[in-house]
Design a protein around this ligand. Structure first.
Ligand code: PEP
Length: 256
């Protein structure tokens, strides 16, 4: 089912205690403050926080995601974390294909397809990231790039598998730069993504697919972005590191 989702991606931020405190604050906001009705909130924490945060949170609309998983099932892969290990912490989702992993860890669409398989085998929901770099947008290739990332990274799964996938459109030129895509640019790409999902899985599945926008989303611009019909929510980096800012974005999603 298509949902209103606001997911935080803490990236490589927060020590163990700081992370537990941030998760506690978000949980308290959702518990005691008005304004988050109908929004599903996900915390994409570092691996070290997953088990404890999953254990501590109390709110039904709050859950935890890992930021990556291995494409391997297990074994001699020093430093890697498997999807089975993530699921065993109580985390419910995993972010796959973030542009920072593609850029700094050489993650290819083929590798990401393997990660998607491992996540589904372990009953994890997937937030699958796709997005173009600035040169690709300037050359007018952004639709083609995003379609290929989806086709090669995630469209191999069955319709049942795809129902566990949320897509995050994250233009790389907007991530951490303070340069947000305009609401029109986001809507245009989200509508395009929905059309390629429809080609692959049919109109009903496309209408049910949740598509998030990510890239310098903040309390100041979230409302406008979420007002667009194909923007179902956000994947939030920097602004998810302060509970008050994150909650403002959640409220902006609830209002629309
Ligand atoms: C992200 O990393 O997923 C992201 C959207 O980052 P930021 O909000 O900081 O641009």
């Amino acid at each position: 089912m298509r949902k209103k989702i606001v997911a935080g991606n803490w990236k490589m931020n927060k020590t163990y205690d700081e992370g537990l405190e941030l998760a506690r604050e978000v949980n308290e906001y959702l518990r005691y403050k008005e304004g988050a009705e109908g929004v599903t909130v996900i915390l994409g924490t570092p691996f070290i926080h997953l088990a404890k945060v999953a254990h501590n949170i109390t709110e039904a609309n709050l859950s935890v995601a890992a930021q990556d998983c291995s494409a391997e099932k297990g074994g001699a892969y020093t430093g890697e974390i498997s999807a089975a290990m993530i699921a065993s912490t109580g985390a419910k989702h995993v972010i796959i294909g973030h542009s920072e992993r593609r850029a700094y860890h050489g993650e290819t669409n083929a590798l990401l397809a393997g990660k998607v398989n491992r996540a589904l085998e372990n009953d994890l929901g997937i937030i699958f990231c796709a997005g173009e770099v600035l040169a690709e947008r300037e050359a007018g290739n952004h639709f083609e790039v995003v379609e290929r990332q989806l086709a090669e990274g995630v469209f191999h799964v069955t319709a049942a598998g795809f129902s566990r996938v949320v897509i995050a459109y994250e233009p790389v030129w907007a991530i951490g730069t303070g340069k947000t895509a305009t609401p029109d640019q986001a809507q245009e790409m989200h509508a395009f993504i929905r059309s390629v999902v429809a080609k692959q899985y049919g109109d009903v599945a496309a209408a049910d697919t949740t598509i998030l926008y990510g890239g310098s989303c903040s309390p100041a611009n979230a409302g406008e972005l979420f007002s667009r019909p194909d923007v179902d929510g956000g994947l939030i980096g920097g602004a998810s590191l302060k509970a008050a800012d994150f909650f403002e974005i959640i409220k902006a999603r609830a209002k629309r």
